[in-house]
Design a protein around this ligand. Sequence first.
Ligand code: URA
Ligand code: CA
Length: 433
Amino acid sequence: FRMVDLIEKKRDGNELAEQEISFIINGYTDESIPDYQMSAFTMAVFFQGMTEKERADLTMAMVHSGDVIDLSEIAGIKVDKHSTGGVGDTTTLVLGPLVASLGVPVAKMSGRGLGHTGGTIDKLESVKGFHVEIDKEEFIDLVNKNKVAVIGQSGNLTPADKKLYALRDVTATVNSIPLIASSIMSKKIAAGADAICLDVKTGAGAFMKTLEDSRELASAMVSIGNNVGRKTIAVISDMSQPLGFAIGNALEVKEAIDTLQGNGPEDLTELCLTLGSHMVFLAEKADSIEEARKMLEGAIKNGKALETFKLFLRSQGGDAAVVDNPEWLPAAKYVIELSAKESGYISEITADSIGTAAMILGAGRATKESEIDLAVGLILRKKIGDRVEAGESLVTIYSNTENVEDVKNRLYKHIKISAAEVKAPALIYEVIT
Ligand code: URA
Ligand code: CA
C-alpha cells in the first residue's frame, strides 16, 4: 500500500480493509509513516468517521502494536472496569475488593498519570507499606489466591495509541468518537481483559459533556468490544458534580473503607453496586444482574468485602490495620471549613473546578514531575439539591499549608447556591449492552 492512497480513500468516505488499517498502524508505530501523513489521516477520520468494522480493526491493530498481557494463568473470566474519568471517583478502590470477595478475578494494572488526584496506585500508597512493585508471577499468584491484586504499568502497551493520542492532541482530532473509542478499548484489551465494564461519565466534569455524546461514545465502545470477542457493557453515570464526598488520596481510601462497610456516600455506593453487578454477571458468577446485586449487598453486610480489602492490602505489604484505624492514614496539618455565605439550595458543584482546587492543595499532579501530597484534599459536606444555611460548612479543606485563600475563592466561585429548590441530578442515566 501507499499511505497517500489510504488517506485519499478515507478522505472520500470509503471503508478501509483490515490489512490497510494494519499497514497504517504498523507504519506509524515503526515510523515509516510520518506525522504529517498520519495527521491528514486522523483529520479524514474526524470528518468521515469509521464503520463498525473499521473501528474493530483499528482497535485490534493498536492492541498488536505492542505487548499484550497474557492473563491466561489466572482462573476465571477477567473483567476489567474502566471509567472515562471524573473527579473524586473512588469506585475502583471499592469495586476491586467488593467483586473479588465474590470470586471475580480482578487483575488490575494501573499507572500514575496526571489528574486532580493521584491514580489508584497513588491512593493505595496512603496505606503504609503498600507497594505495586511485584513481578508478573507474584501478581498472577496473588490474583489466583486472593482474587485481587494491583501491579504498576510495565512493558510496552499500545505504543501506537500513545503516539496517536499525542498527535491528535496537537492536530485538533482528539474529539472523534471512533478514535476515542478505539484508543480506550485497545488499552483494556492489551491489558488482558476478557470482558469489560465501562463507566462512561457525563456532565460538566466529564470528557463528554452531553448525554447524547456520552451515549454515542458508550455505544461505540460496546460495539468494538462485542465485535472483537470481549463482552462489553457501559453504564452512563453523572459527573456534573464529584462522586461521593472525598476528593484526595488518603481521604478517598477512607471513603472506600466506609463504603465497603456499608457506610459510604449514597451515590458512590449505588454506582459501585450497579457497576459491580454487571462485573459479577460478566464474570458468570451470577445468573442475573439482580442476583449479582444481592450478592454484592450481602458481601458488604457480612464483612467479606472488607476482609478482602484487608487481605489485598496485607498481601502487597500494606498495614491492613488502617482499615480499622483510618486515623492512621496520612493526615493534613490544617483542617479548614468553607462556610456558606448565604442560605438556600446547592445548585452547582462544578466537578472539574473542584478537582482543580484539590490539585492546587497538592492532591494531584499538574506535571509528570509533581509530587503528590497524600494527606490533602476536600470533603464535600453538601451535594446538589441539598439545603444549606448561611454559616454551615460546604466543604472541609484538608491542607498542609495554612493559607488556602486561592482554594477557598475557587470553591466559592464553583459552588452555587440558589434561593429556589433544586432537584438532585440523576446518578445513572442508562446501561448500554
Ligand atoms: N482517553 C483515551 O484514553 N483516549 C482518547 O482518545 C480519549 C480519552
Ligand atoms: Ca469520592
